[in-house]
Structure formats: structure tokens, C-alpha cells
Design a protein around this ligand. Structure first.
Ligand SMILES: [Zn+2]
Length: 174
């Protein structure tokens, strides 16, 4: 994978999706290794908007790295189905960021510096310098709670998809 410079790939993504982006284009404070993660996210949001009126615009408030992982904040005036699809796209992107080197885009793991106020970063084996402690999984997990119960979400990087397993909840109500 060729290394590409920040301003270049960000402008390319914003230009590709200019039709549904409203307002300013905030600088994305993420490493160049996540260009593909962000690109997939925007493609998925674009697909999710297919059922909305063509005039629908979305405000990108913030795209940044925090505690080692991608954080996405947007304002989307859309219906509940589209909103669910966008939420899913953001979840996929965040989980992908947790196992993608933010320097080069190769498979990586969350690692940290030593000490009490440790810094977190997702790195591959080649870019782990300065982050001696491995704290994340190769297949990142999330625990989420909704009105149907508590679920464990596991991300499969190769398939770029998630599996959802119920760990507690109202199975009897189904
Ligand atoms: Zn790397």
C-alpha cells in the first residue's frame, strides 16, 4: 500500500462525497494509515442515504482519534432506518480503527506506552516503537445494550463485518 499524505486523501474523500456534505469540511485528526477506514465509512454513509431525498445534507462535526481509536461525530437529519444504517457504518469504522495501524493501514493492535497516564495507539508490528504494551485484540469487541438485551459485538477485519452475540436479555420475549 502506498503511503499518501494527509491533505490529499482527505480532500479526495470530501470531493467524492461533496453532494451530501453540508457546511465546512473539518480536518480529520487521524493518521494516514486510517485513510481506507475513513473512505469505507463515507462510502457506507453514501449508500445509507439512498433512501433519503437527494437534497439531504449531513454535517461532519468531528473525525478524530481519541484514546487510540476513531471517533466520528456527525449531524444527520434522516429517518430512523437511515440513521440505523449510518450508526452501523460508524460502528464498523470505529472497530476497524481498533485493529488497523494508524501509520500504514496494515493489521494492527491497540498498544500503549508505559506508566500511569499511558498513551494509546493502534500499530502494526513495524510501527510499534514507543508502545511496548499490547492492550487490544486482533478482533476488537464491543459490548452494547439496546432494548432487546445485551450483546457482544465482534469485528472480523478480513470480512469487514461484525457478529452480534446475545449475552443477556429478553430471549423469551421473541
Ligand atoms: Zn504500520
Amino acid at each position: 500500500m502506498s503511503r499518501r499524505k494527509h491533505a490529499e486523501w482527505q480532500a479526495e474523500i470530501y470531493d467524492k462525497h461533496a453532494g451530501w456534505i453540508a457546511g465546512t469540511r473539518p480536518h480529520m485528526s487521524v493518521g494516514d494509515g486510517w485513510a481506507d477506514v475513513v473512505s469505507r465509512l463515507f462510502d457506507r454513509i453514501s449508500q445509507a442515504l439512498a433512501g433519503e431525498p437527494p437534497s439531504t445534507k449531513i454535517v461532519i462535526i468531528d473525525i478524530k482519534e481519541k484514546y487510540g481509536e476513531l471517533r466520528v461525530e456527525i449531524l444527520a437529519p434522516v429517518g430512523p432506518e437511515t440513521e440505523a444504517a449510518i450508526d452501523q457504518a460508524i460502528l464498523l469504522a470505529e472497530l476497524r480503527s481498533e485493529c488497523t495501524c494508524d501509520a500504514c493501514g496494515a493489521p494492527g493492535r491497540m498498544r500503549s506506552t508505559l506508566g500511569q497516564s499511558a498513551w494509546l495507539a493502534v500499530t502494526c508490528d513495524d510501527h510499534q516503537s514507543g508502545y511496548p504494551r499490547t492492550v487490544g485484540e486482533r478482533s476488537p469487541k464491543r459490548r452494547i445494550k439496546d432494548r432487546f438485551g445485551v450483546f457482544e459485538i465482534t469485528y472480523d477485519r478480513a470480512a469487514d463485518s461484525i457478529t452480534k452475540t446475545r449475552v443477556a436479555g429478553r430471549r423469551e420475549a421473541e
